[in-house]
Design a protein around this ligand. Structure first.
Ligand code: ZN
Length: 405
């Protein structure tokens, strides 16, 4: 018993080392073994063993670096290691209300194709959801003259409370039922492993890898679309909470027994700021028979309509109060406001900034920066693809250990 535990711990340690080496190669690009050892503060022998395993699994490849200067020994070109881009095809998927965006990337994250699949229904039964994911992926593969059977892993980002560890959706605005284990459904329709993640977490991942969060250790991403999401990066890592239910900024309460939220509770922030909430408020306020669109509300506010101005202004004040609470809780380096829609300027207006200032505990230090990033759905999908690459890396390294035992 003890022996197997020791052996299993040794395997775990080898896997951790392999993944660290792989991550180092991913983050720096082509790098020599000695530089990996130095960056990871480990021995060259350990790195040689790990890279040999990764090479035999086809995850990395050797390339010739530049020939060193004359003073270096024999002037032989240095051997560098890089990811083997062609070894795996990975898909990133973002499920929005009216469409599914798919991006196919290679193992290095280089985009192969992107594809948008229309959705007739914003909320689906889990079985229909799985079938739609399959259809979108198949179309994306066809558009790139690839087969779905070539895909090594799919990461799917959806709004809601998601336990990413076990592909369990506590609640999502894309599903008609609560408490859904998507693993069996997805494995029935897809020929490869699938990973579910909260969409705001994927935007945070994308911001960290490609966007305004690059190089930052502690930052928050607030996503503004149909609902309001939050991705928390602390000490360089995504924070999800114990049950995967953390970071539900849209459902923090800003009003006792307030407006009805799509989650079923009252007084949530997104019941005032989410796209659906603005449309509901504006439609009720104007006693219109046809629902307004967001564009109608902005246009009316621009032309001086007092009711539309009031709806947007209240949303801004609620949002500012929410942001000041985030700053009080996390004291981040910066907050990134990220949205797919063209216009959420009213959420970072001077009036909102004043509300934030008034709500933040007073210290003699500047406030965290609040930056705005307008990302399309394809960029959310890119975050999903990045998460998919991470998960496929973990699976493949685990397979290495299993094959060796
Ligand atoms: Zn809510």
């Amino acid at each position: 018993m003890l022996k197997s535990k020791v052996s299993s711990n040794a395997t775990d340690q080898r896997n951790i080392t392999r993944l660290r080496v792989l991550e180092q190669i991913r983050s720096t690009g082509a790098i020599s073994r000695i530089d990996i050892a130095s960056a990871l503060e480990t021995s060259p022998a350990t790195v040689t063993t790990a890279t040999s395993d990764l090479l035999s699994a086809g995850l990395i490849q050797e390339i010739e670096g530049e020939t060193p200067s004359k003073s270096a020994r024999r002037g032989r070109p240095r051997v560098l290691l890089k990811l083997h881009g062609g070894c795996h095809l990975i898909a990133g998927v973002k499920v929005a209300r009216h469409q599914i965006s798919v991006i196919l990337v290679d193992f290095e994250g280089t985009e192969i194709t992107s594809y948008t699949h229309p959705l007739e229904e914003a909320r689906m039964a889990p079985e229909a959801f799985a079938k739609k994911i399959y259809a979108a992926l198949e179309q994306a593969c066809t558009s790139a003259s690839r087969s779905l059977t070539e895909v090594s892993g799919v990461c799917i980002g959806i709004a809601g409370l998601v336990d990413a560890e076990r592909n369990f959706v506590h609640w999502s605005s894309s599903l008609t039922v609560r408490n859904v284990d998507l693993s069996p459904l997805l494995s029935q329709v897809l020929p490869c492993p699938a990973f579910i993640e909260n969409d705001a977490n994927l935007v945070a991942k994308a911001e960290q890898l490609f966007g305004l969060g690059k190089g930052l250790k502690n930052f928050l991403v607030v996503t503004i679309e149909h609902g309001i999401g939050l991705g928390i990066v602390l000490d360089g890592k995504l924070y999800r909470g114990e049950r995967g239910c953390g970071a539900e900024f849209g459902h923090v309460k800003v009003q006792l027994d307030g407006a009805l939220c799509q989650c079923g509770q009252r007084g949530c922030l997104e019941a005032y700021v989410g796209e659906y909430a603005l449309i509901r408020e504006a439609t009720i306020a104007s006693r219109a028979t046809d629902p307004h669109t967001l564009a109608d509300i902005h246009a009316a506010a621009q032309s001086g309509d007092a009711r539309s101005i009031s709806v947007l202004s209240r949303a801004g004040q609620m949002f500012g109060m929410g942001l000041s609470n985030l700053i009080n809780l996390f004291d981040p380096e910066c907050i990134i406001l990220s949205g797919t829609r063209g216009s959420f300027e009213y959420l970072h207006s001077d009036a909102v900034m004043t509300r934030i200032n008034n709500g933040v505990v007073s210290v003699d230090a500047p406030l965290p920066e609040i930056n705005v990033n307008h990302w399309g759905d394809s960029m959310w999908a890119k975050g999903a693809a990045a998460y998919g690459i991470e998960q496929v890396s973990i699976l493949k390294v685990r397979e290495l250990a299993e094959n060796a035992s």
